[in-house]
Design a protein. Structure first.
Length: 195
């Protein structure tokens, strides 16, 4: 998929996730010809900032092939300096039309942040610090870890949308940032844009 619109890129990810969740993954574009075609460069149609959790590999859960996704993985999908720089590369150099921020239920990094805040632990540790604003807002909820996952993925997507370096492409409709959460048992990626 070259020169995709943000909407077409999101539709391709949703279709791939539908196949994966239904147990009908196609495992596309993973053959020797595809490897050969990618030797001289890449043209991913989306970038994904996701958790490093071993249960959440974006290429698998979106049923995509080699060269399709530019994936940045870090515990808790935190938007640190390296993750932001990697996404800037995808947006400005590779010209991806879509960036997906992908959280997931039962996130251990989010649980760590919630526990640290609730139990008076070290809220300045880098991983905890980046998740803490969302966690603080959700500590009173019945399930603060799950609520924090949703709040944190929306906050991270919001921070990317506010990036001045992306404003022009977003305003002209050439780039979109989308927040989503992966359900471990169902294999489904759910929209996290609405509250």
């Amino acid at each position: 998929m070259t020169d995709a619109s943000p909407a077409a890129a999101l539709a391709a990810l949703r279709e791939g996730n539908d196949r994966f969740a239904a147990g009908r993954a196609a495992h596309p574009r993973q053959d020797p010809d595809r490897r050969a075609a990618l030797r001289d460069g890449q043209r991913p149609f989306a970038a994904v900032l996701s958790c490093a959790d071993s249960r959440v590999p974006p290429e698998l859960i979106f049923d995509q092939g080699l060269g399709d996704l530019f994936t940045v993985r870090v515990a808790g999908h935190v938007l640190g300096e390296d993750a932001r720089a990697s996404l800037h590369f995808a947006v400005h150099e590779l010209r991806v039309p879509l960036v997906v921020v992908l959280g997931h239920e039962r996130c251990g990094a989010v649980g760590l942040a919630v526990d640290a805040l609730r139990d008076g632990g070290d809220a300045s540790a880098p991983l905890v610090r980046d998740i803490a604003p969302a966690a603080r807002a959700c500590l009173h909820e019945e399930d603060p870890v799950e609520e924090t996952v949703w709040a944190h993925v929306r906050a991270t997507a919001g921070a990317l949308r506010e990036d001045d370096a992306w404003a022009g492409r977003i305003a002209e409709g050439a780039l979109a940032v989308h927040a989503a959460v992966y359900r471990l048992g169902a294999g489904r990626v759910e929209d996290a844009e609405a509250g």
